[in-house]
Design a protein around this ligand. Structure first.
Ligand code: C5P
Length: 398
């Protein structure tokens, strides 16, 4: 399961760091490629020499190598990783991760990581039970991170309680279980639309909307990590795609998005229409910038854009699954159910703009999923990565 996986192993300054060498050994034995990132204080507990010898890669700890000036890119590392495991994770590092205190290579890598992150806390029982630790771990969970709960047992202080880092064998098992679950879409082709569309008025102006593309990108990434071959047709957004197995097709207008979708839909097993497609486009776009002079109150004539989801719904063949989104401000359920039927969807994901933290630009979302087979599944507010997981879990039931 871990063969060929790129794993960033983050080690922080706790006594349990001595177990990290064994964890690293197990990961390498399982066929993973491991890059160790240490906090400065972790080096007080275990030497980089041991870890670089075991991993076959120099350990990264500083932003750059002092004598050569070689820069270590936390962004590249974050994108390289299929998973990041922080073991042991001290209360201090957990606090920094929860609050974005990026003062070392480990936390900056964490903030750049697009891959799933596993956190194995290790600390004394009172630190573990402190409300700030509990709150920070809760925050990490809400970001979609996986907490590998510490075991109850004898601690370095000789006190007995909860705080012992989970044994390396069990950390490896947690990773294997995660990757095993992930392959549920292997061999499937998934088409996802994301972001807004821009409808050109002239070379400097367009009609667009506030969609950030975050939800669609999260779905594409989740599908790819479950083994699917993904085509992501994306409107103009400012997101870097991470994860392998995603073919990004960049488009601007609704017509271009339709064209790209029609080119890929025939081949797809699942299509998730997450884009906020503009309903109208200017009837004519100008090649030259439209001047203010002589236009006191210009009128832009609009024409209706094609409904991509509905077009694909009409062309659907048996066995293909088509999923739409509904972003509503009122009569949410009725409107969502109406779109489910009229666009021939198999499932629709409703998010209401009335829920704070749901909708455009946020990192969280709160959705209700309606399926054509009559189910209504409300979910709580979660990170968009977790919502993507819920959406794909539900698709897998169809
Ligand atoms: O009708 P409404 O725009 O609310 O429907 C939303 C759903 O339809 C979303 O899945 C969206 O991606 C899709 N859609 C589309 N093409 C359009 C308008 C919406 O694919 N022109």
């Amino acid at each position: 399961m871990l063969k060929g996986k790129h794993i960033v192993l983050g080690i922080t300054g706790g006594i349990a760091a001595y177990k990290s060498a064994y964890l690293l050994r197990l990961l390498i034995k399982a066929g993973a490629e491991v890059q160790v990132v240490m906090t400065p204080s972790a080096k007080e507990f275990i030497t980089p020499v041991t870890l670089s010898a075991l991993s076959g890669k120099p350990v990264v700890s500083e932003f750059f190598t002092a004598n050569t000036g070689e820069w270590h890119s936390h962004v590249d590392l974050g994108l390289w990783a299929d998973a990041m495991v922080i073991a042991p994770a001290t209360a201090s590092t957990i606090g920094k991760m929860a609050n974005g205190v990026a003062d070392n290579m480990l936390v900056t890598t964490y903030l750049s990581a697009k891959a799933p992150v596993f956190v194995a806390p290790a600390m004394d029982l009172d630190m573990m039970a402190h409300p700030s630790t509990c709150r920070n771990l809760q925050l990490l969970k809400s970001y979609g991170n996986h907490i590998i709960e510490p075991a109850v047992g004898e601690l370095a202080s000789h006190l007995v309680g909860k705080g012992r880092m989970e044994e390396p064998e069990n950390i490896v098992k947690a990773l294997e279980a995660f990757f095993a679950k992930q392959k549920t879409l292997s061999g499937k082709k998934v088409l996802v639309t994301a972001g807004p569309t821009y409808e050109k008025i002239d070379p400097v102006r367009f009609i667009g909307n506030y969609s950030s593309g975050k939800m669609g990108y999260a779905i594409a990434e989740e599908a790819a990590s479950r083994g699917a071959e993904v085509t992501l047709v994306s409107g103009p957004v400012d997101i870097k795609v991470s994860g392998r197995g995603i073919n990004v097709v960049k488009v601007e207008s609704a017509r271009q998005m339709l064209e790209a979708c029609e080119a890929h839909f025939g081949d797809s097993d699942i299509a998730v229409m997450c884009a906020a497609v503009a309903d109208y486009a200017p009837a004519h776009s100008s090649d030259k910038k439209i001047k203010r002079e002589g236009h006191d109150a210009p009128v832009i004539e609009l024409v209706k854009n094609p409904d991509i989801a509905k077009t694909l719904g009409g062309a659907k063949r048996p066995g293909q699954i088509l999923v739409g989104f509904a972003l509503e401000t009122d009569h949410e359920e009725t409107n969502a159910q109406g779109k489910l039927a009229s666009k021939h969807l198999d499932m629709i994901v409703l998010n209401s703009l009335r829920d704070a933290g749901a909708g455009f630009g946020t990192d969280t979302n709160k959705v209700t999923i309606y399926t054509a087979d009559g189910r209504a599944l409300p979910f709580s507010m979660k990170s968009k990565a977790e919502v993507a997981g819920d959406i794909l879990d539900t698709i897998e039931t169809l």
